[in-house]
Design a protein around this ligand. Structure first.
Ligand SMILES: [Zn+2]
Length: 300
């Protein structure tokens, strides 16, 4: 059986780094970053020139990795953006008992069939909850960011702004395991095309949302994202719900695209320790409610 073994996790971190993947520590047995947040920054070390978040602190340097893992049993995260990776994250449906409930694998298979493409042969990791991570290299010259449910239900992608838990990490003593040790394939053109498509706006707004979020919406998004990441246990779902509700009016006004809010908060919620499906359903219901009940801007 798997044991919480610091040596094994150090190995996992060094293995990932040897592949050129930028790693950072997660709290033992969890998916939450073990690094301090902006609110607790003391501007020392990595942060001497200002706070740096996990994406910037992730490293491939063994001299920085070894001290991080030799003292504890931190799980290993791979920051997908700097690693040049796009990881397709196939989640499982909430009710595990009912075998009829389609999961991310089923939806992704349907996506492949519709595109007339085979299931991609690439480095694959199975997650403890029964999900699957398909690793791809990001095509040169692209700057893809996270998506949540854009390709299909229960099919997310992690790129810039995201991370995945690396093989060898443990949740409730169940490991992330490599199930297909193939080399990492380049993101297939058909998937890249599907990710590049302009999303259909979820907002019932007559005005097309602007390409870039308004300054106020962007500031609000960052503030709410920080609140989600810093939420203590027992308050996380509530914080996520409130954050999504407060952003809904900006979506309704066309100040920010719904998928931008969903993708940012999905990652933040998971980083805070919520399950992927919990984040997804909380975000959906909070945004739906907020968009439906938003007042015109003048009335605010
Ligand atoms: Zn800092």
């Amino acid at each position: 059986m798997h044991q919480l073994n610091a040596g094994t996790l150090l190995h996992a971190a060094l293995d990932a780094a040897a592949r050129g993947w930028h790693v950072f520590p997660l709290r033992p047995g969890s998916k939450q970053p073990a690094l301090h947040g902006a609110d607790r920054c003391r501007n020392t070390g990595d942060c001497s020139d200002g706070h740096r978040k996990w994406e910037q602190r992730a490293t491939t340097d063994p001299r920085r990795i070894v001290p991080c893992w030799e003292t504890g049993a931190a799980n290993v995260a791979i920051a997908t953006g700097p690693s040049g990776l796009v990881v397709v994250d196939l989640d499982v449906a909430k009710e595990k008992g009912s075998s009829g409930t389609p999961d991310g694998v089923t939806f992704f298979l349907a996506l492949c069939e519709r595109a007339g493409q085979p299931w991609p042969d690439t480095y694959t990791v199975r997650t403890p909850s029964g999900g699957m991570h398909l690793y791809f290299t990001a095509p040169p010259g692209t700057h893809l960011t996270n998506t949540a449910g854009k390709l299909a239900p229960l099919v997310d992608t992690r790129a810039w702004g995201g991370y995945v838990v690396a093989a060898g990490s443990l949740i409730d003593s169940a490991a992330y395991e490599v199930t297909a040790p193939w080399r990492v394939a380049e993101l297939p053109a058909w998937l890249r095309g599907a990710l590049a498509e302009t999303p259909k706006s979820g907002a019932p707004s007559a005005i097309a949302p602007p390409r870039n979020a308004s300054r106020r919406a962007q500031v609000a998004l960052e503030r709410e994202r920080a609140a989600i990441e810093a939420a203590p246990e027992g308050k996380r779902e509530e914080t996520l719900f409130k954050a999504a509700r407060s952003m809904g009016r900006f979506v309704a006004w066309g100040d920010i695209a719904r998928h931008v809010v969903e993708e940012a908060f999905q990652v933040a919620g998971e980083a805070a320790g919520l399950k992927a499906y919990e984040c997804r359903s909380t975000l959906r219901s909070a945004l739906n409610w907020s968009i439906r009940t938003a007042r015109p801007r003048e009335a605010q």
